[in-house]
Write a protein that binds this ligand. Structure first.
Ligand code: AMP
Length: 125
C-alpha cells in the first residue's frame, strides 16, 4: 500500500527496470537490500545512485513502509558504497529528492552520492 495521498508504485519506472535487469547500469555495489550504480548524467566527478531493492516510490514511502531490516540494510549499503568509492576521507554529499518540490524525477526511492571535488553551497535556488 502506498503512503496516503501519494501515487502507487509504478513498476515500469526506469529503476525498477534496472533492478529487473531489463536495462543496463554501471553497477558499483549490490547486496540483498540495495543496488548502487553510476548516474547516467553525472553532476559531480563521482555521482552514484543507491536504490533499495523493494518497490518504494520515495523516501516518504520507504520510511513509512519498509521493514527495519530493509531500512538498516539500505543505509548500511549507502555507507559501504561511500567507503568503497573512497569518499569518506575527502567528504561527500548525500541527497534524496522527494516529490514535486524536491525535483524527484524517478519514482523509485534513491539516494544520490556526490563527490570527487569540493561541492560548494548546498542549494542553488
Ligand atoms: P531524481 O531527480 O532524484 O529523481 O534523480 C534521478 C536521477 O536518475 C537523475 O540524476 C538521472 O540522471 C538519473 N538517471 C535516469 N535514468 C538513469 C539510468 N538509466 N541510469 C542511471 N541513472 C539514471
Amino acid at each position: 500500500m502506498p503512503v496516503s495521498g501519494l501515487p502507487p508504485y509504478d513498476p515500469a519506472n526506469i529503476f525498477a527496470r534496472i533492478l529487473r535487469g531489463e536495462i543496463p547500469c554501471r553497477k558499483v555495489h549490490e547486496d540483498a537490500f540495495a543496488l548502487a550504480f553510476h548516474d547516467i548524467a553525472p553532476q559531480a566527478p563521482i555521482h552514484v545512485l543507491v536504490i533499495p531493492k523493494g518497490p518504494y516510490c520515495s523516501f516518504a514511502d520507504f520510511s513509512a513502509q519498509a521493514s527495519a531490516e530493509e531500512i538498516a540494510g539500505f543505509f548500511r549499503a549507502v555507507g559501504q558504497v561511500a567507503r568503497d568509492l573512497g569518499l569518506e576521507a575527502p567528504g561527500y554529499r548525500m541527497l534524496a529528492n522527494m516529490g514535486a518540490h524536491g525535483g524527484q524525477e524517478v519514482p523509485h526511492f534513491h539516494v544520490h552520492l556526490f563527490g570527487g571535488q569540493a561541492l560548494g553551497p548546498m542549494l542553488a535556488v
